[in-house]
Design a protein. Structure first.
Length: 136
């Protein structure tokens, strides 16, 4: 299972999550064709898909943190730890590959900053309600 899919599932978005960033969508027998954008990619709007309520990501993570001193709002390492996922450098490099990071994975500070921003953006794309200040 991909690390990003694990993040979605830990936040209660897993059963409604889109396929991983590099996987093709699974065909569904709904009788209707999916809406696609100009490049054939599914369109995302930041709003939850029809029939799905949004998960308040900040509220959920704050409730998980309790007395722990983890700064999930700025740190991908702390976010992964809070969710009980592997936060090792190797794991973060895998996540960077999964999310199509084009920078050097040897510059872990830059990679971590990019990863946190991308994860927040992708959570919003997958039905998560993410505070605007975390999407900048």
């Amino acid at each position: 299972m991909s690390l990003f899919r694990s993040i979605l599932e830990k936040l209660g978005l897993g059963s409604h999550a889109a396929p991983s960033a590099d996987a093709a969508p699974a065909p569904q027998n709904t009788g209707t064709a999916p809406t696609t954008g100009t490049a054939g990619a599914p369109q995302t709007s930041g709003a939850a898909p029809a029939g799905m309520s949004q998960v308040d990501v900040a509220q959920h993570l704050d409730s998980l943190s309790g007395a722990q001193q983890l700064n999930w709002r700025t740190s991908i390492v702390d976010l992964l730890k809070l969710l009980g996922l592997d936060s090792s450098l190797a794991s973060r490099k895998e996540l960077a590959t999964e999310l199509h990071y084009t920078g050097s994975t040897d510059d872990s500070a830059a990679m971590n900053t990019w990863l946190h921003a991308q994860v927040m953006k992708k959570l919003a794309e997958n039905g998560g309600k993410v505070p605007a200040d975390l999407l900048d």
